[in-house]
Design a protein around this ligand. Structure first.
Ligand code: MRU
Length: 381
């Protein structure tokens, strides 16, 4: 188990939960001033990596104040990092699932676990968060290679996890190209004005991003005017993470309150909304960060496309409809506080569903690395 030496201080940390416990984590870097001075592009960074003997994560709870890393080499610390949103976003969680099996196997060999104990620990990783299908998908993809936890099994699982990571990043570039092609064929205004919700950028994936991959591609083609980034209460993935990514790549953007999204869309300031997804049901219903449904309803009213960008790994044919998707209910304190400061009276309770489900009839297009499905027109995954 690694020590906790070198962890960055918590000063300025946004209200995304407390600091992780020290078990199994070590800080691997402090503030990176190059970021603040614009010397680094988001394409240089990875949210999830294998660091030789541990999983290496950008600690997303600290952004944008501080760019710091966690090295994690035990299961409980990894589960805590996932639940506390040090790492988040469906495709990034797929990588965590696959690499999490390596972490469990290595810990099992250090601590002499039985095969049954190893299976229990891997299952903890698989169940750390319920809504994004990619977490379980990442575990399940490498599970057949475990081979009782042998060194050969460990090597095979690690290779498969690294392959999954490379595939996700390559797939995101393809999502970007397909999504940009579809939008430029469908939207007549130039340059295009985009709204996005939450963070579906490199931080939420193994690189480049899904919804932000499309935004980056539009920008690279000289076809993007501006992005309206919803701040995404309660944990501010939009203002803390999406805006941080856009600023790094010098992509013009506004951060707006979630409550502004409907009037921005209906008022004609936006040509297309592009979001990511945490799970796509067989009937085309889509779970994504809470607030996505309101964006979709406003797009329908305004007659503009509502586009969902996600890898094929987020499609879940085993879930029949959105009603069957388990929406994570998080601690009400996250809603009652801003930046760690309580803003609601003592005695108020917080209601904190982390996701909502947008029905297929509101999803104009679902863009994966393989295809574009016009879901509301009846093309189902
Ligand atoms: O709770 P999070 O931050 O893990 O939720 C992630 C999202 O809902 C993202 O918006 C995203 O679209 C899905 S992952 C690319």
């Amino acid at each position: 188990m690694s020590g906790a030496g070198g962890m960055p201080g918590a000063g300025g940390m946004p209200g995304a939960g407390g600091m992780p416990g020290a078990g199994g984590m070590s800080g691997a870097g402090g503030m990176d001033s190059r970021w603040q001075h614009g010397g680094m592009r988001s394409d240089d960074l990875r949210a999830v990596e294998w660091a030789g003997a541990a999983i290496r994560l950008i600690d997303q709870r600290l952004l944008p104040v501080r760019l710091a890393y966690l090295n994690i080499d035990d299961v409980d610390a990894l589960v805590e990092a996932v639940r506390g949103l040090a790492v988040r976003g469906a495709p990034a969680l797929g990588a965590v699932g696959a690499l999490g099996v390596v972490v469990a196997m290595r810990q099992g060999r250090r601590q002499g676990w039985s095969a049954d104990r190893l299976a229990v620990e891997i299952d903890k990783v698989r169940r750390a968060r319920p809504t994004a299908v990619n977490l379980a998908w990442g575990v399940d993809r490498v599970l057949p290679l475990v081979a009782g936890g042998t060194p050969a099994g460990q090597d095979a699982v690690l290779s498969a996890a690294l392959e999954l990571i490379a595939e996700d990043e390559a797939g995101n570039h393809e999502i970007g190209r397909l999504g940009a092609d579809w939008i430029l064929a469908r939207v007549s205004r130039r340059p295009v004005r985009v709204l996005t919700h939450c963070n579906a950028g490199f931080l939420a994936t193994c690189g480049w991003g899904t919804a932000l991959g499309v935004v980056r591609e539009l920008h690279a083609r000289g076809a993007l005017e501006v992005v309206y980034a919803d701040e995404t209460r309660p944990l501010l993935q939009g203002s803390r993470l999406t805006a941080w990514e856009l600023a790094a790549d010098a992509i013009p953007h506004f951060v707006q309150a979630d409550a502004a999204a409907a009037s921005t869309i209906v008022g004609g300031l936006v040509d297309v909304a592009i979001i990511g997804a945490d799970r796509v049901a067989a009937n085309g219903d889509i779970a994504n960060k809470v607030g996505s449904l309101g964006v979709a309803l406003a797009c329908q009213d305004a007659g503009i496309p509502f586009v969902v960008a996600a890898p094929e790994s987020t499609l879940d044919p085993a879930t029949a409809t959105g009603a069957d998707i388990q929406v994570e209910l998080r601690d009400g304190e996250e809603v009652l506080c801003v930046g760690g400061v309580r803003v609601a009276p003592e005695g108020s309770r917080g209601f904190n569903p982390a996701f909502d489900v947008t029905p297929a009839r509101l999803v104009t297009a679902l863009v994966t690395q393989a295809r574009v499905l016009e879901v509301s027109a009846g093309q189902l995954p």
